[in-house]
Design a binder for this molecule. Sequence first.
Ligand code: HEC
Ligand code: HEC
Length: 419
Amino acid sequence: MKKTFLFAGIVFVILAALASWAFWPRSPWTAEETDLLRGLWIGSLPPLPADPSNRYADDPRAAAFGHQLFFDPRFSSTGDVSCATCHQPELMFTDGRSLAEGVGKTNRKTMTVIGTAYSPWQFWDGRKDSQWSQALGPLESAVEHGGARTMYVQLIVEHYRAEYESIFGPLPNFSDQSRFPALAGPVDAPTTRAAWDAMTPADRDAVTLVFVNLGKAIAAYERLLLPAPSRFDQYVEAVLNKDWRTMNTTLTEDEIAGLRLFIGKAECIQCHNGALFTNNDFHNTGVPTRQGLPLDRGRATGVQALLNDEFNCLSQWSDAGEQDCAELRFLVSEGEQLEGAFKPSTLRNIAETAPYMHAGQFASLDEVLMHYNHAPISPTGHTELERLHINRFERDQIIAFLRTLSGGVNADPKWLQAP
Ligand code: HEC
Ligand code: HEC
C-alpha cells in the first residue's frame, strides 16, 4: 500500500515537472537570433557621431538658423521651393512622388532625412560625404532650387544678417554689384557661370564661404531628426528582458513570421542591418531603369563625383583634418561592384514613404517584394540578388513586419514644422 503511494507520488512529481517545462514560457528565438534582433533594435543605435568636417554641427544657434533655411522658399529661383517642398515632415521628410519635383523634374526619388547624420555617404549614389556638403547640391541644381551662390548670399544679407553674423562672424560687404553680380555661381547655366568666372578669386571665395556656412547650419538642424522607437523596438526590448507577456501582445504571429524571414530565409538583413536597417554600403540589386530616364550607373559615377567634389572632406571648406577623412581617403573608387550600385535605404518608417527605390520604380511594398523574389537581371553590372522562392503568404508576412518599423521622428515637435 505504502509503496503504491510512493510510486504514485514520484510519477506525479515527474509529470508535474514535465508539464511545467513544456508550458514554461521561453523565447521563440535562439541566442544567435536574439543577437541579430539586438543589432536591429533602436537601443543599439550608437550616440550621434561627431562631424569634424562641420565645426557648427552641434551648435544650437546654427541648428535654429538651419531650421529657418530648410523651410524658406525664398531660397530658390522661383521663390516657392524649399528643402521642405520635397522633404515634408508629415511624410517622414519625403514627398510621395516617384521623381522629385522642384523648379523642374529630377531623375531621382526623394530620400528621407531622418537619421542620415549617421550615414557616411549622402544620396542614393553617395556622391557627398557630409550633410553640409549634401545641402549645397540641391541649392545649385537647376531642377531643385535652381539658384546660384551670389543670389543666396544676397538673401542672407537681406533677411538673416543678424542670425548669420551671430554664429559665423561678419558678412563681407556685398553691396557692390560690379563685384558681386546678382546671379553668379559655378552652375550649368552659361551666363551664371560666366558671371562667376569673371569675379576675382578672392570675391568668389568670400561668396563660397557664406554658401558653405548655409550648408553647415542646415546640417546642424538635420542632425536633430532621428528615428523614434517603433512597435518592433518594443518587441525586441521585451525579448531582451524576457518579458513574455509584452512580447506576446506587441507583434502578431504574421509580423513575427515576417521578422523571422527578414533575418533568415529572405536574407534582407545582409544589407539592411544595424539599428537603421542599412549597412551604408552600395549594392547592385538590379532595380530596373525607369521608362524615359537614362541608365543610372549609381555608385560608379557617384564615386567620381565625390572625388571631384569641391566640398568633400579633404577640401579647403571642410573643418576636418586629413586624419578625420578616413572614409574618403580609403574610398573604394574602382571595381565592377560599383556599377549600378545604390545605398540600401533605411527601412525605418518605410511603410510611410512610398513609392520605392532610387527612381520610385515600385509603387508599393508588394512590388518591392516581388522584385526581390524574382531577382531580375540588372540593367547595368551584376545584381547581387538571387531568387528567393518565397510564396504569397511569406511575402505578406515580410510586409506585415516592415509595417512594424513605423515609429516616426524623435525630435522636438518645433523642428517638425516651419518656424
Ligand atoms: C526637388 C526636390 C528636393 C529638394 C528641393 C531638396 N531635396 Fe533633398 N533629396 C531629393 C532627392 C530626389 C534626393 C535623392 C537624390 C539623389 O540621390 O540624386 C535627395 C536626397 C537628400 C538627402 C540624402 C539622404 C540620404 O540618405 O543620403 C538629404 C540629407 C537631403 N536630400 C536634404 C536636403 C536639403 C537640406 C535640401 C535643401 C537645401 C534638399 N534636400 C532639397 C529631393 C529634394
Ligand atoms: C544585396 C543587398 C540587399 C538585400 C539582400 C536587400 N536589399 Fe533592400 N535595398 C537594397 C538597396 C541597394 C536598395 C536601394 C536600391 C535602389 O534604389 O536601386 C534597397 C531598397 C529597399 C527598399 C526600398 C527603400 C526605399 O526607400 O525606397 C525596401 C522596402 C527594401 N529594400 C526591402 C528589402 C527587403 C524586405 C529585403 C529582403 C527580402 C531586402 N530589401 C534585401 C539592398 C538590399
